[in-house]
Write a protein that binds this ligand. Structure first.
Ligand code: NCD
Length: 309
């Protein structure tokens, strides 16, 4: 399968066989991601890491992934430190970065920014999150985490919990999961339910999600509980945030009727959606999930930047 020089901007850039290819390659990357083996598949290449929104895991795991492959990283993390602060457009900035690197990883507060960047760049652009839009590399590491835990993705019972309106991770993940015939439950306060256009797209792919605001409705049957943070920074009105802040909190009491092998995932950062007492239970998978960002992003960089496998 050839990914060389392909952009990864949204779920539309991937089909099931391409996803499976990246997941298989990610598995091979694990010992290299852990530093137990050495692979310099991208020696001499440069990736540009542009993060115009806060990030810990995505940014550092991309940089770690690049470095594990011998790839150099140039980076900017604040628009105020670029010529954007002088009035340069994102398009012009990307044209410049394009000339200094072999691939661009971009996180940006505006939905559509990565698509715009991909249009003006002749180097591949990887979307590391565009506003409330998409987060395709997170989706891949989420699928990888589920598959590692459950052995398969097909037919899983998955509950997505929290801010389904503004959460870009769940927007991308829900659409990817339709390729695997999963049973999906969307648990959110009514005002933060999954946008209708995404629900329509899920339905058109044969997935009829159950919508509820009651977390208990979803827990007993779930194989995976995917919890998200209420995306405070995307609320136009802070009082609207206050109304829904803290709606769901996963703790040991609420998990008592869960399946033995339920896994709890979260893209992180958590604020107070998961009590720390859950961290030491067999259900907790979110720290493993965060580590998985490294092998999965190694696979993505290697495939897109034409590394020797
Ligand atoms: C998520 C994001 O940035 O969309 N975090 C991440 O990439 N690991 C989720 C979030 O910020 O809540």
């Amino acid at each position: 399968m050839d990914f060389t020089n392909k952009d990864l901007v949204s779920i539309r850039d991937l089909d099931r066989s391409q996803i499976e290819y990246i997941l298989d390659l990610s598995k091979e990357m694990v010992p290299y991601a852990r530093g137990e083996k050495v692979k310099r598949a991208l020696d001499g290449k440069i990736v540009a890491s542009l993060f115009f929104e806060p990030s810990t895991r995505t940014k550092l795991s991309f940089q770690s992934a690049a470095m594990r492959l011998g790839c150099d990283v140039i980076d900017v993390s604040e628009m105020s430190m670029t010529s954007i602060a002088k009035g340069e457009t994102l398009a012009d900035t990307i044209r410049m970065v394009n000339a200094y690197s072999d691939a661009i990883v971009l996180r940006h507060p505006y939905e559509g920014a990565a698509r715009l960047a991909a249009e003006v760049s002749n180097k591949p652009v990887i979307n590391a999150g565009d506003g409330a839009g998409s987060h395709p590399t997170q989706m891949l590491l989420d699928l990888f985490t589920m598959k590692e835990a459950k052995g398969t993705l097909d037919g899983l019972n998955i509950a997505l919990v929290g801010d389904l309106k503004y959460g870009r991770t769940v927007h991308t993940l829900a659409q990817a999961l339709t390729m695997f015939g999963v049973k999906l439950t969307l648990v959110a306060p009514e005002s933060l339910q999954m946008p209708q256009d995404i629900v329509d797209s899920l339905k058109s792919k044969g997935c009829n999600p159950i919508r509820t605001s009651n977390l208990e409705d979803a827990i007993d049957e779930a194989d995976v509980l995917y919890v998200t943070r209420i995306q405070k920074e995307r609320f136009p009105d802070p009082t609207e945030y206050q109304k829904v802040a803290g709606t769901y909190r996963i703790d040991n009491a609420i998990l008592k009727d869960a399946k033995d092998d339920l896994i709890v995932m979260h893209p992180l950062p958590r604020v107070n959606e998961i009590a720390t007492e859950v961290d030491s239970t067999r259900h907790a998978r979110y720290f493993q999930q965060a580590f998985n960002g490294v092998p999965v992003r190694m696979a993505i960089l290697c495939a897109i930047m034409g590394g020797e496998m």
